[in-house]
Design a protein around this ligand. Structure first.
Ligand SMILES: *Cc1c(COP(=O)(O)O)cnc(C)c1O
Length: 389
């Protein structure tokens, strides 16, 4: 087997941190109890481990443990937040405001709600990738119940003005739901300071296991009410029934704990590597950064190589580096990224754009290798296209 390509697709998923794996291991074979079993030590042990994880997770985002509801991941959390609020608040209104560059887990759920009588406003974004706050305020109607805007975009890393969004929401007595999957564990996220009422995130983007996520549901000053989307037993305070995924929850807890400890050192190191990669690639003629440079999470850069055969280049690069165009959830189709198109890029420019996302295990040698491979491949593709023209 040839060596595997360098992994620069950490916004799609991350490797499990070996320390997380170690903490999870006993909960497969030895401590296999059902956290809802109250009559024996197997159940008590599992319950204790779950509650310990809940505390760590709450600690990372400045929530209280009771405000954390375990789910199978951010997709489920997005569904629970959007559908749950829509159903619960049907008496008040049916209008939700979101944005064109949200993750498909939010957009597809909103489309589903449109079929059930929901009215959705999809705010445009500026070329920077940011929403326009005045348009947000103008979109509010008497029937509006929820604003759903993500924290950081998965393709560009652009961070929305979450604090300002929550201020607008609360001034109009609306709920604010935030998909913070790409922000939690990477940058400080504080549900109190940020004024978030509901927040989705997941374990496998922060070195935890797949199939484990959470929804934060505010309890103070008032409990946010929403309708459960999974019935059967009343687990998780009735918000999400089903036997808890104890190893997965323990893994999410350990991943959050490590993030809390290492966030500042990790992000400094990763940002240096990202900036080195970005600076080198932006020196290639005809290359542009997609999205604003400053309001971004530290681990990602999204670069357009103008006038290049994007698919051909991706194929050529895939032997050497694992990157993506668009997001993992949409790149099965060969459509150009809807996120980049919403930012004003043409189909061609969106097709010749690439997302490089670094992580905790990315090394300086890997970045040097990636710079070398991308630079030589871009030059090669430019020579080919100049032959044709
Ligand atoms: C990855 C991702 C999701 C989906 O998370 P899963 O846990 O894989 O369901 C949702 N939103 C954003 C912004 C993401 O990056």
């Amino acid at each position: 087997m040839p060596p595997k390509p360098v992994y620069l697709d950490n916004n799609a998923t991350t490797a499990l941190d070996p320390r997380v794996f170690e903490v999870m291991t006993p909960f497969f074979m030895e401590q296999y109890g059902n956290a809802a079993s109250t009559t024996h030590i197997y159940g008590w042990e599992a319950k204790e481990a779950v509650e310990e994880a809940r505390e760590k997770i709450a600690g990372l985002i400045n929530a209280t443990p009771k405000e954390i509801i375990f789910t199978s991941g951010a997709t489920e959390s997005d569904n629970l937040a959007l559908k749950g609020v829509f159903e619960q608040h049907a008496g008040k209104g049916n209008h939700i405001i979101t944005c064109t560059t949200e993750h498909k887990a939010v957009l597809d759920t909103c489309q589903h709600l449109e079929k059930s009588g929901g009215e959705i406003t999809y705010l445009p974004v500026m070329p920077s990738g940011l929403i326009d706050l005045s348009l947000l305020e103008k979109a509010i109607r008497p029937s509006t119940i929820l604003i759903a805007i993500m924290y950081a975009n998965n393709e560009t890393g652009v961070i929305q003005p979450v604090h300002e969004i929550s201020a607008i929401a609360h001034r109009h007595k609306l709920l604010f739901f935030c998909d913070a999957t790409q922000a939690v564990g990477k940058i400080p996220v504080d549900v109190q300071k940020d004024g978030i009422d509901l927040m989705a995130f997941t374990s496998h983007k922060i070195y935890g296991p797949k199939g484990s996520g959470a929804l934060y549901i505010r309890r103070k000053p008032a409990t946010v009410s929403l309708t459960a989307q999974m019935d059967g037993g009343g687990h998780e305070r009735g918000f999400r029934s089903g036997t808890l995924n104890v190893p997965g929850i323990v893994g999410l807890g350990a991943a959050c704990d490590l993030s809390a400890q290492q966030m500042s050192s990790d992000s400094t190191r990763i940002k240096q590597l990202r900036d080195k990669l970005e600076t080198a690639l932006l020196q290639l003629p005809g290359s542009y950064l997609n999205g604003c440079a400053d309001k971004r999470i530290p681990n990602v850069t999204n670069i357009c190589f103008d006038d290049i055969d994007g698919q051909g280049m991706m194929l050529a690069l895939s032997k050497h580096i694992a990157i993506s165009s668009g997001s993992a959830c949409t790149s099965v189709t060969q459509e150009p990224s809807f996120v980049l198109k919403a930012m004003g890029l043409s189909d061609d420019r969106a097709r010749s754009s690439f997302r490089f996302s670094l992580g905790r295990f990315t090394t300086a040698e890997e970045i040097d290798f990636a710079i070398e491979k991308v630079s030589s491949t871009v030059k090669q593709f430019r020579d080919i296209s100049s032959l044709h023209s």
